[in-house]
Design a protein around this ligand. Structure first.
Ligand SMILES: Nc1ncnc2c1ncn2[C@@H]1O[C@H](COP(=O)(O)OP(=O)(O)OP(=O)(O)O)[C@@H](O)[C@H]1O
Length: 740
């Protein structure tokens, strides 16, 4: 197994190099911690030069035995001792012992005196940045070379400098890391000075992380010059910054050093989406070792391609760290990220309450601003090939974002010049904010797209959003939870410069959805129609005044394009569609022969045409609705293609079918233009039959409704004679109004 060079002193060259950490580092502020040198508490032990106890004992014995003057006592003692060989031996032993011990203590005192006089000491505690700088610096310079006692660990190899690349080279097993065993003293020379290191035993491995906590590392520089310590710590700090060492995991509440900047992005806010896009695009979370697996494409995570079904996401609280390099300053800053996925709301099935928490290893706030800026740009860049649509939940809040592939303008089939006119109009509006301000006109523009279903109203808005690089904020007035209040709130929560799409705008008005246009109204005895649309309750909780307020509100004046779509313009109140609220009105009709021809050509493109279309907006657009999904057809020439298309257009009556219907038919004949031609008669016949069946159904419903209304009317006229209204049938007459 390969042992990483940086961490294995056994394979390292001997000798200490001078630090290399000072190259090109000007302007680095990543860890803007100021260095404070506090005097270490080192109690001075007042050792005497000689051990006094033995001498006192000896003198006391002399007096006790001989009781004379000291000199006489000594002489008499010497006499006694020399007369007795055993006593002489004992005396020599005590005397020599006293001299040896005295010498040892003298040496120790001199050493301590020297070391306090000639040595500068410093202590570094674990979980402090200064400790990280120095440890990393010493590890890099392999100062434990001379050591003979190691602690070998593999456990947190992955969190060590260059760990991911080192691990990548191996067979998946961790590498061994050599650390000096506690209390081992190592020496090295740094810039001509001797430095000794001691790693103290006081630390313990953290229960969860295995990280060492509470330990200390002390260095002694053999010099009286404090400046050397200062230089050493600065060099270690600069080296740490330059070598971009993966920093240890930090906890925001336990890091009061002021060296970190923290930021939280909450789900539901746009900035959360930007940050998500950034994290996704930069693979910032790839080094995670703790996964949650998801099959939801919308989830943060990665697979092996954008169509992957299995996605790998970092599990909650894995504290991933990535290096962010600011484009503006070129500086690299480590960022720790914790992604908390939101809980899925059981009702709306949209995730809420999630967040992204960032801890930047910098006290410089501009780094955070740069990161947000970069994330925003990334988000917009992603939008070049996609269109982002924001949706509401059933509590009337922006809750979900989906991205759709962008579609090329050429795939929108409308009568001559209409689409170009819409795009040009919208573009000009966005560019003329100043003009609007000067003219004192609110900078907003409303478009009403109305007409038959399936004729391209929604498609137009989708394509326009892609052309203009705007996001769509989609509100359906028929959605539960959307009322006057939530509508106002939803709109005030949208950014300026976006497309606000209000679908089914007619829902706010009494509907005649289930009536035929040519249906004869049922009349009462005075000849007035009963149960007409003015008496049918609207399908939305939004009122006309609520809608008008929202359209006129100040928050709609910020370069917003409001699009409203309806199949029933006749149901709309004229106040709503007057100029100033709906400035441009575009009618969508069933396809004419020119459009039918174009649909056919788009469905079965010739080779050269297919290539042009494909290159317009990239791969994403090829998937759009099958319109350009078919491969190129070299089986027919341009002339043949035109003939086929024209024949197809002749076969289908103009103004009778929507493009959605024609497209639906052609989808059954994918890659088979000849089959599409052959089958068209049969398809028309089936459409006719379907229409017929629908008509019959409507007739039946109409007759049933007429019968009920008449019955209700008769009961209302002669209440006493008639039985009570049939509640079960759902028909109730209240104040002359009929609620069905
Ligand atoms: N004019 C068109 N050009 C290109 N594609 C069209 C056009 N009209 C309809 N389609 C196709 O038909 C499908 C439905 O179109 P779309 O949703 O835009 O219709 P709509 O008018 O908004 O319908 P509705 O009123 O029911 O919401 C889309 O998949 C689209 O590709």
């Amino acid at each position: 197994m390969a042992v990483p060079q940086a961490s294995n002193p056994l394979s390292a060259p001997r000798g200490i190099e001078s630090p290399r950490g000072t190259r090109g580092t000007a302007g680095h502020e990543r860890l803007s911690v100021h260095l404070y040198f506090t005097p270490a508490i080192s109690p001075l032990h007042p050792y005497p030069m000689f051990g006094p106890a033995p001498l006192f004992v000896l003198t006391a014995l002399l007096f006790a035995f001989y009781g004379a003057t000291p000199l006489a006592a000594v002489a008499s003692f010497v006499r006694t001792v020399s007369a007795n060989p055993q006593a002489a031996e004992l005396f020599r032993f005590i005397f020599l012992g006293t001299i040896v011990e005295g010498g040892r203590q003298l040496g120790e005192t001199v050493r301590k005196f020297g070391s306090s006089f000639f040595v500068v000491k410093a202590e570094f505690g674990t979980r402090d940045f200064a400790y990280d700088w120095v440890l990393n610096y010493l590890e890099h310079h392999r100062v434990w070379n001379e050591s003979s006692s190691f602690k070998v660990v593999a456990r947190n190899a992955a969190t060590r400098p260059n760990a991911s690349s080192a691990l990548g080279k191996t067979d998946g097993h961790p590498d061994a890391i050599y650390e000096p065993a506690p209390l081992t003293g190592s020496w090295f020379r740094w810039k001509g000075h001797y430095i000794s290191i001691h790693k103290n035993v006081a630390g313990f491995a953290h229960y969860d992380t295995g990280e060492e906590v509470g330990g200390t590392l002390s260095i002694s520089i053999w010099s009286r010059n404090r400046q050397i310590l200062d230089d050493f710590v600065r060099a270690a700090r600069q080296f740490y910054i330059d070598s971009k060492v993966l920093p240890r995991k930090v906890e925001r509440e336990k890091e009061p050093s002021g060296a970190l900047t923290t930021a939280t992005f909450s789900q539901g806010d746009l900035s959360h989406d930007w940050m998500l896009a950034y994290l996704r695009s930069t693979n910032a979370l790839r080094d995670t070792m703790d996964f949650t697996i998801s099959t939801k494409q919308s989830d943060l995570g990665w697979g092996n391609g954008h169509k992957d079904t299995v996605r790998y996401m970092p599990a909650h609280d894995t504290k991933q760290r990535f290096l962010f390099t600011s484009e503006r300053s070129g500086r690299g800053t480590w960022v720790q990220v914790v992604v908390t996925p939101g809980q899925r709301n059981w009702n709306s099935q949209t995730p809420t309450g999630g967040s992204i928490e960032l801890i930047l290893h910098s006290s410089d706030k501009t780094v955070l601003a740069d990161l947000i800026d970069t994330a925003h740009k990334k988000y917009l860049e992603n939008g070049v090939s996609t269109v982002t649509v924001h949706l509401t939940d059933n509590r009337g809040e922006w809750a979900k974002t989906i991205t759709k592939s962008r579609r090329a303008l050429s795939t929108l089939i409308l009568p001559t010049d209409i689409k170009e006119t819409i795009v040009a109009d919208a573009r000009q509006f966005l560019e003329s904010e100043e003009w609007y301000n000067q003219a004192g006109i609110p900078h907003r523009r409303g478009y009403l797209l109305y007409g038959e279903p399936g004729t391209g109203k929604s498609t137009t808005i989708h394509i326009l959003a892609g052309e203009l690089g705007l996001e769509i904020y989609f509100i359906s007035l028929a959605s539960p939870g959307v009322d006057d209040y939530s509508l106002a709130k939803l709109i005030s929560d949208t950014p300026s410069r976006c497309i606000l799409l209000i679908e089914d705008i007619d829902c706010a008005f009494p509907s005649r959805d289930d009536e035929d246009e040519d249906e004869e109204p049922v009349l009462d005895k005075d000849g007035k129609p009963i149960g007409n649309r003015s008496q049918t309750p609207p399908r939305s909780a939004v009122t006309l005044s609520g809608l008008l307020n929202v359209l006129d509100s100040v928050s709609s004046e910020e370069g917003r394009l409001t699009f409203a779509t309806t199949n029933h313009i006749e149901n709309l109140d004229s106040a709503l569609i007057r100029a100033g609220r709906m400035d441009v009105k575009i009618q969508y009709k069933f396809a004419d022969s020119v459009q039918i021809e174009q649909v056919f050509k788009r469905f079965y493109p010739l080779e050269e045409h297919a290539n042009t279309v494909g290159s317009e907006v990239g791969d994403g657009e090829k998937q759009a609705d099958g319109l350009v999904a078919s491969p190129a057809y070299s089986i027919y020439s341009t002339a043949e293609a035109n003939t086929y298309a024209a024949e197809f257009a002749r076969a289908i009556p103009s103004g009778a079918f929507s493009i959605a219907q024609i497209q639906g038919y052609l989808l059954t004949k994918k890659r088979d233009p000849a089959g599409a031609m052959e089958g068209v008669k049969q398809w028309l016949k089936s459409q006719e039959e379907e229409k017929h069946a629908m008509m019959e159904l409507k007739q039946k419903r109409k007759a049933e409704r007429a019968r009920k209304l008449k019955l209700a009317m008769e009961r209302a006229e002669t209440p006493a004679k008639q039985p009570a209204p049939n509640v079960a049938s759902g028909v109730v007459a209240v104040n002359g109004k009929i609620n069905d």
